[in-house]
Design a protein around this ligand. Structure first.
Ligand SMILES: [Zn+2]
Ligand SMILES: [Zn+2]
Length: 270
């Protein structure tokens, strides 16, 4: 088995910083001696091994040619194409994976570096990370916030953050996005949502109403919610929204239903 990376020829390990607790303790050995290593070994079907970052550094050429950058072997054996790989790291002990989606994303980001924060935003929409979204927006120039909020991902069917929040049933993100990027008036929001955005001093972001953004199949987020009716109906009927670390307030069922109705009524608004 290979022990070094075909790109940089270093051992297939990654150095992890010693715990800060350890660092603070007096020790006669150098800090370099305390550094630990964990596996970082990506094996391709051709037999070449890479560090994770070293294959990502070659993402554009791999995405275009579907060949191994080191030995030029064609890596896909299926239609649509996949790149079978095995990755061994601290957290995974060599499960097979399809590397192609990651490679395509990285290739896209390397030619569109401006899309990186927008894709981070989309991930947070899907995961329900309200705090993360607010932090990202506060770090973003005011003139860039519109593009961030209304970004539609060409690698993900032109979905917007609102599509992803609806798809993942993320009610808190859904409210936040509606506040930030829809033309709904203040009095159309449940009191709790209004109180929350006021407490957080979240302003609204001018631009196209996010409810009118259509994905690659021509669907608005409202159309998507209608398709997913069961999920959304289930959330509406399931009782109070469970409190988690991002929940500052608890909202009752009638208020969820009220907002849901407003959303559905206006789903074709433009
Ligand atoms: Zn390497
Ligand atoms: Zn190879």
């Amino acid at each position: 088995m290979a022990t070094t990376c075909v790109v940089c020829h270093d051992p297939l390990v990654m150095t992890v910083d010693p715990d800060s607790d350890v660092e603070d303790q007096p020790s006669s050995s150098s800090s370099a001696a305390q550094a630990e290593t964990v596996p970082d070994d990506l094996g391709l079907a051709c037999g070449c091994h890479y560090h994770w970052q070293c294959i990502l550094d070659n993402a554009s050429s791999v995405a275009n040619s579907l060949t191994c950058p080191a030995c030029n072997t064609y890596l896909s054996s299926s239609t649509p194409p996949t790149i079978n790989a095995v990755y061994t790291s601290e957290g995974s002990s060599g499960e097979p994976l399809d590397l192609l989606p990651t490679i395509r994303e990285e290739a896209y980001l390397s030619t569109n570096p401006g899309a990186r924060p927008a894709r981070a935003m989309q991930t947070m929409c899907a995961e329900g990370d309200v705090q993360g979204i607010l932090e990202l927006l506060s770090e973003t120039e005011e003139t860039e916030r519109d593009a961030l909020l209304r970004y539609q991902d060409p690698l993900n069917g032109m979905r917007s953050g609102l599509h992803l929040a609806v798809e993942a049933g993320q009610l808190e993100v859904f409210w936040l996005l509606m506040w930030l990027g829809s033309a709904l008036r203040q009095e159309q929001f449940p009191d709790e949502v209004w109180g929350l955005v006021q407490a957080l001093e979240v302003g609204r972001i001018d631009g196209q109403d996010i409810r009118s953004l259509r994905d690659g199949s021509g669907r608005t987020a409202g159309d998507l919610a209608a398709e997913l009716g069961g999920v959304w109906a289930g959330i509406v009927g399931a009782g109070p929204v469970p409190v988690n670390e991002n929940t500052i307030t608890q909202v009752s069922v009638p208020e969820i239903a009220q907002l849901f109705v407003i959303f559905m009524e206006l789903r074709y608004a433009s």
